[in-house]
Design a binder for this molecule. Sequence first.
Ligand code: NI
Length: 376
Amino acid sequence: MDNDELTSLFERLHRMPELSLREVETTKAIKEVLGATEGVELLDLNLPTGALARVRGGVSGPAVALRADIDALPIHEESGLAYASANGLMHACGHDFHTTALLGAASALAERRNELAGTVYLLFQPAEEDGHGARMVVSAGALQPLGIRRLFGLHVDPRLPAGVVALPNGALSASVDHITITVAGRGTHAARPQVGRDPIVAASRLVGDLQEVVSRTVDPFEPAVVSITRIAGGASWNIIPGSVELEGTVRTMSPAVREAIRSEVQARVDALGAEGYTASLGWEECCDPVINDSELAEAARAIACDAGLELGDFETSMGGEDFSDLYGIAPGVFAHVGVGCAYPLHNPHFIADEAALPAVVRLHVAWATETLRELL
Ligand code: NI
């Protein structure tokens, strides 16, 4: 696949974003490209969307896997690009870029398959944005019997110049938990609060209380975030409602801090019981932190350097990435690759610089080729 083909494939995918678990046309497009590439075999991922393929080398040997996510977001695009999406959804997280680079890598690996010292699996993972896709891939069971020894994944990063790779030791992203809190009291006339139990007052106080969880109970040297992002209750100005619902997210980098925050939030929710409210906490663990093993990261950086890629500094964030849920298949290494943009991910103006595509294809190819040699 030459650079023009990569660009037109990227623009095609950019035009047709689809939400998590609804990546039907995207899956078709991926399979169409893979199916038309000599030397690439399509396999069954056992899921309605997403795809799995392999390139077998001339020599039998170990297996490694390269992973891209494929879904988009419910954001109305305002990038002004000629190839902008017009369907009300947007590839504002660059998963179209990830998909294109992996398809480019499939084609490049297939071309040189006789030199490959083993097998390369290509995983096009659905539903990364909703935090469940990687777990679904694991549950679907298609990858476990393949003997995969190493996984590689990457994400575009607008803060880095186009084509620059950041591949740190340790944590790259946070654990992501989704919390839902219901505070139920007793609804009444707004003019007679004394005969009810006002959940709006209690919920407002709880939002403030929850801000103390990180500042007063977590070690200041441990990263942690508690954000309440939605508050819903009431239907009119003169009625005190019966209940209020809160939603938010908790981000941490360590299991101990995650557990400590969970029990502290639970305690503060439970405390409302003593005031005559019925309060409940729902806690959904979406994904674990992505953490690079130092030795594997060192090897992956060396491969990137040898392939002519420039290494840059990594800026940690409390964002989430479900790549960590694939660690049950094999040890994984994750990198960020620059697509130089002034706007952040998940912003309607976000643009991934297509000029970085050939470098990212080269990175995938080098990771797979060199790691197979090292594992042989
Ligand atoms: Ni993303």
